[in-house]
Design a protein around this ligand. Sequence first.
Ligand code: SAM
Length: 280
Amino acid sequence: MGAWSSTLEGLSIFTAKKLLRECIEWLSADAAPGARQAGLVTAAIAISARYRRVGRYWDPHLECTRAFLATEAAACAQRRTAVMLGAGACLDVPLKTLAATFDRVILVDAVFLRRTRRWVRQFPNVECLTYDLTESLGLLNKPEQPDLFAQLAAVRPRLLLDDAQVDFVASVNLVSQLPLLPMRRLLASGRYAAPAVNQLGLQLMAGHVRYLNAFTGRKAIVFDAEMWRLSPEGERREVVDLRPVLQLPHPPEQHWFWEVAPASELRSGKLMHRVEAVAW
Ligand SMILES: C[S@@+](CC[C@H](N)C(=O)[O-])C[C@H]1O[C@@H](n2cnc3c(N)ncnc32)[C@H](O)[C@@H]1O
């Protein structure tokens, strides 16, 4: 108790309140099995906190995503059910438009913070479905499992594929996030070499596009096509190009740039993404 109270004394009221708020957010989050252990609840809280700090840099990207999804939703001949994969805090989901034009909207994510669930309650035809879209977190959280990679290769997510009412499904700024934390965990276990873990990450992302493509309704994806670090001199470094892995059916309808981490967030330079939007 003594050590704890002297730790609290060392914190400013502001920091203590922030820690308390984040602790409540963590405990009250709704998380799919394995998601909390994988660090996805902590990541969801961190995304919200980053948005509060640098939201003005993200807003053009969020607006482009919402506008693209609203246009694609309007192009659907029938509007029974819309499914948003990776809806998260719904910053980039045109929820009011979808709720007004579809009979039912299903938001899918491995984590929903309480604040999002409360906000969503104002739309009677919208529901949050807490689900691990890789169906692999249980396995990925156990790096010591024998034949881990063989077991992962056999996983084929099927959520809602047999629901004939789904007229529109979109993967919303999700695909590049699917392997991030699991890969970090596998590498940290010291059991697997980096190239094998990298390959697994590519497999998870390609599997997500296969899953999306298996829906019979209209499909859309908004994704980080290229990611890079921009040096203070404006030079591109550490460029990652996801397009060859995802194999989407055609070139993007739209693209834009997203300043994910401006200079204030990093020791030097900026983190930039080229975002692409494809529908079919
Ligand atoms: C960059 S965020 C997408 C932004 C989100 N649409 C928003 O507006 O907050 C990526 C989302 O992917 C979700 N995610 C990561 N891994 C997942 C998994 N295995 N299954 C389902 N969702 C996952 C995260 O919880 C997060 O909400």
